[in-house]
Design a protein around this ligand. Sequence first.
Ligand code: SAM
Length: 659
Amino acid sequence: MITHATIHFNETGTPVADDFDDVYFSNDDGLAESDYVFYQHNQVDERLKSHPRRHFVIAETGFGTGLNFLNAWQRFESCADKTATHLHFISFEKYPIRKEDLATALANWPQLQHYAQQLVSQYPNAIAGCHRLHFDNVTLDLWIGDVHESLANMNYGTGGLVDAWFLDGFAPSKNPDMWQQSLFDAMAQLGREHATFATFTAAGFVRRGLQQAGFEVNKVKGYGRKREMVVGRLTSPSAKANCPQPYQRAPRALNKVAIIGGGIASATLLHRLGARGITASLFCKDDKLAQGASHNNQGAVYPHLQADNSPASEFFAHSFVYARRFYDSLLAQGHRFDHQWCGVLLQGVKDEIVARHTNLVEKNNWPTWLIQAVDAQQASDIAGVDTPFGGLYIPEAGWVSPPQLVNAIVDAACHASNHTINMNCEITKIARSDGQWLVHSQCGTYGPFDDVFVCTAEHSNALLEGDGIALQSVRGQVSHLAQSAQSAKLKTVLCHKGYFTPSVNGEHCMGATFTKNSQARDIRDEDNQTNWQQFSGFYGQCEWTQMLGEINGAKAAIRATFADHLPMFGQYPQLDEYQRTFPLLPKGKWHSEQILTHEYEGLHLFTGLGARGLCTAPLCAETLVASICDEPIPVSLRVDHALHPARFIIRNLKRGQIT
Ligand code: SAM
């Protein structure tokens, strides 16, 4: 669990960290010092003029109050002559300061208020891992946790990621644990060719350590009364990847792009491509978007957390906080979709569920702002109606209207970029043509495209030649139920074995059934009965359920899932490619001298979101696009492995199940 910084403000208003007995920035004009030491001494402005990539990446040790970040943001924005159009700022923070302290500390800088307000409004609650925040042409990756651990968790290939290092942190004498050779080595490992660094200290061991890591190191005049500081450049890039070869995702230039599908996966992908100036043609087989698994009236949005901080839990927790920021930013931009962030109650309706909840609380891996234990009385108070069950409460969760949300995301994407949306266009075949892709429908052939993204959930295999993917189809029917005066008081989502929502337009959603290996989408009376029996089995004695109206509608759809219940995104893989390239995987050896090439290069998957796409799609889409565009990846190495399209191939080869 993350510990917040305990701080006080000294007589000059400068924040001081009690545990380190050191200031976050200098008492005499910390902003000017930040600019001098870090921004100017990495020659950022000059380098922006001829930067070879769209994004310039700065990484910083110790986010603190975000002063260095805000200064870099302001400087980047005011730099007129630049080839890089995007600033990507990565920062590490072991003891995040609280939001109210952040606002107080940044009030020191009226000239930064425009930026500070945006930072404060998005500043995340603390859970370990990467929090990606988007501002106009600036991205902040705030890695909460010890910098050494975060660096080890980052996913990068041999080319490195970082153009300039801001080596900040409390004075080495006050924070020796951070200033270690392993930090300098990781800085070099993450550095791109010609990466620079600047730091306020000139301590001998820091200079020697950076030299040993591969940097050329020079002493220069320090800021103000300070005699010396140290700057340098990476002269011996390490070319060492942090990601094992079989899991490395190869970057590509995205030019002519097609997206097949019209649900939450396609919509979020379109949005995140557009955010980078990449336009796409989207193909949807129906006359309206969101007619597949995203077509329910109300869908709950909450993270599926386990007691242990497993890769899956980490993924769901970060997906959830990212999705909330994403959806809130759509709303702030004026896009509309029915929703309520009314919390979700996970009800302990059975002994085994109660045991699971107790285990989660006892293991204490998750903060209470994310998930907290409640007894039946507290649950009833939260729900606004009686419930006999306690359980877990997720206060920031809620429900959205999935079709309205998908439309809002696509509208936002099309508002910002010139995408083409083709409705009523069922793609029936994707075919190679001179190294590109053509997509065929009954009404014609489109393309050629360099890259095609298959986001068609349970229909994905029908479009994939070759091995296909091990998708399972699980039918689910949700029933609609007229509210009563009593049930209209329900003000949170109840999750029992299924779910029951607060009413909207006079109706509750109640669901859902779970029929394995079925792709049938007909509405079934017996499924409505199953939903009712399950619900009334748990809540039938409660007064507020007595006068509930009739089931007056239902929707059925298919959840497309993999055996591990996690989504999948990335290049479509084939078993023989991995067998050929990594012949020693069955012996547990990852390294190969050969380069992995793909028969279906440029054909990508984004599927398997199951019933959790509302929570997971935004972060998956962002991660997928970032990895193709050779940008920093917003999820940890282990999470990326868990979502990798070749994960089953690699695992099976490793276990010797396929040789
Ligand atoms: N760059 C900051 C700014 O602009 O406000 C000031 C940084 S302050 C001098 C140093 C920061 O490093 C503190 O916020 C501290 O919590 C953080 N820190 C110290 N040790 C760390 C570690 N091992 N990993 C990550 N952050 C660490």
